[in-house]
Design a protein. Structure first.
Length: 508
């Protein structure tokens, strides 16, 4: 038997070309194996913290399933404590769940942790958003945006939120009268989307057809059916924005790119019209877009920068607020005593149902407590992160430059060290006395420090107005369709797995 016969028998390449091809394949695979598995694990090991064994390419993101990131936080904390490392695709992440240390990271040593890790810097418009911008660029845009969320500016947005809340209530009551079950998550999404499009993009719907088209376009990335295809595209989005941009339009990922184009075109047209109105002294709507347009002198943003910020409001403000409102309604329905107490406060502050006003809404302690407890138990943003500019040692933890410093908001909010019976909905955790006795860094639904959520005041206002207006008209209760306990899923935000159906009782 010749050597070639033997090679043929054991499937080895025989001709020089075959051998070259095999050599190239072996070297390429080895290179990628080293780059995407061996090297990242080495980096992880060097950090010196305990870590779960990562998988090649995806790291630890699938450890508990792609939509169970909140469970992963609880399980990792149970296994490894409040400081551990994981791998996010090939990037090492250091997780810190100790409020004492978060103060150092998010406030005291802010200059070393001023930026967020970039997941989608390659996406047009998204790459210039406040979420992604770094250092001086971030500071400049943040300084311009802050005044758009002051109390005096938000007061002017209240009528828009009120009108949108009226539409929500109308929808709920009509569905109830027809004996239909309405998914609270979808209804809250409609509310949140209308407010954010109205306040951030300056868009008003002229008719129902336009509303459906726009809401669909804006909501495409946050699809309601969380199918496998959508999950894959979200993962590609986090893994490589460039790959996402290439694949999404070609492989039918959900028309994300065409929706972005659609919204950009509309927003550009609105900006043009507003500038024109301004030039001719015509009255303009008071919304965040208008405040950006009217920012003066060195505070001016270019049109593209404005569109970028409008986008970030959509990305950061739509689903988060939708989920917060959904969780609040669910918590009230399943805790009738708490709902009753809240209704009593609402009735005493607003004896006439249409007298809702910014100042009074700002002085409702029990409403504040109910919302705070909702955001503790169900924080819509379950995690935030910081980039590390310079390697640093904090309380003995070696934090190398360029790792993702991850803050597990969800598991901190359920840590029994800070929250007794953490699974229970107890608004009294937020009385002034209870708050004073707890480390403030154990509660961070909006993040903390100079890089916290810039839309926090708007989000809280939306939630307050929506809850007050709703409870002035109806009460929620858990019926046989209500899923108790609520099943949760998480990837970009925390949301219910299934439609949320609640019983509705008209109050008058
Ligand atoms: C209940 C609703 C909301 C929740 C729970 C939430 C939560 C968060 C969290 C946790 C962060 C990261 C903070 C940090 O890293 O310290 C954040 C950042 C941000 N949020 Fe929100 N958010 C909400 C609503 C909104 C709304 C309505 C808007 C816009 C109108 C918005 C705009 C932003 C922006 C622009 C950032 C980045 C800020 C920066 O890097 O300077 N958010 N949000």
């Amino acid at each position: 038997m010749s050597i070639n016969d033997i090679l043929a028998k054991i499937w080895l390449p025989q001709t020089p070309l075959q051998q070259l091809i095999v050599a190239v394949v072996v070297v390429t695979c080895s290179y990628f194996y080293y780059k995407f598995f061996v090297a990242p694990v080495r980096r992880l090991r060097k950090i010196g913290l305990p870590f779960p064994a990562p998988t090649a390419l995806t790291g630890n993101i699938f450890d508990y399933g792609p939509t169970k990131q909140h469970i992963a936080q609880l399980e990792w904390q149970k296994k490894y404590g409040t400081r551990y490392a994981t791998q996010f695709f090939k990037a090492p992440a250091v997780w810190i769940a100790e409020p004492e240390l978060l103060k150092t990271i998010m406030v005291k040593d802010f200059s070393n942790f001023a930026n967020r890790f970039s997941f989608n810097a390659a996406l047009p418009y998204f790459n210039k958003t406040l979420l992604e911008l770094k250092n001086q660029d971030w500071k400049r845009v943040r300084t311009i945006l802050i005044p758009t969320f002051t109390a005096s500016k938000l007061k002017l947005i209240v009528p828009l939120i009120k009108d949108t809340a009226d539409i929500l209530i109308d929808k709920l009551i009509k569905a109830d009268e027809k004996g239909e079950n309405i998914d609270l998550w979808k209804a809250s999404g409609m509310f949140s989307m209308k407010v954010i499009l109205g306040t951030a993009f300056g868009l008003e719907f002229e008719n129902e057809e336009q509303e459906v088209k726009l809401t669909n376009a804006a909501g495409l990335f946050f699809r309601q059916d969380f199918g496998i295809r959508q999950t894959i595209f979200q993962l590609i989005f986090f893994a490589s924005a460039k790959l996402f941009l290439f694949l999404e339009p070609r492989c039918g990922g959900g028309n994300f790119c065409s929706s972005v184009r659609h919204i950009v075109e509309i927003t550009k047209a609105v900006i043009k019209e507003r500038r024109n109105n301004l030039a001719h002294d015509r009255p303009c709507r008071k919304d965040v877009l208008q405040y950006m347009i009217e920012a003066d002198g060195s505070n001016q943003l270019s049109d593209d920068e404005m569109i970028s910020q409008a986008f970030v409001f959509l990305v950061a403000g739509y689903e988060t607020t939708q989920n917060a409102l959904t969780f609040a309604c669910y918590s009230l329905a399943t805790n009738p005593d708490i709902q009753r107490k809240l209704i009593d406060e609402i009735d005493s502050k607003f004896p006439i149902s249409d007298s809702l006003d910014y100042n009074i809404v700002s002085e409702m302690p029990y409403l504040d407590m109910v919302i705070a407890e909702t955001l503790r138990l169900y924080p819509p943003a379950i995690t935030t992160n910081r980039e590390v500019s310079q390697s640093m040692i904090i309380d003995g933890i070696h934090i190398p430059k360029d790792v993702i410093l991850a803050i597990p908001i969800y598991s901190i909010h359920r840590d029994p060290k800070y929250w007794h019976d953490p699974e229970q909905f107890i608004p009294e955790r937020f009385t002034p006395e209870a708050k004073a006795s707890r480390n403030p860094y154990a509660y961070l639904p909006f993040g903390i420090g100079p890089r916290n959520c810039v839309g926090m005041r708007l989000a809280l206002l939306e939630l307050k107005v929506a809850l007050v207006k709703t409870l002035q008209n109806i009460e929620f209760f858990a019926n046989k369709e209500t899923e108790v306990p609520l099943k949760l899923k998480s990837l970009s935000t925390l949301s219910p797995v299934n439609p949320l159906y609640l019983g509705i009782r008209k109050r008058f």
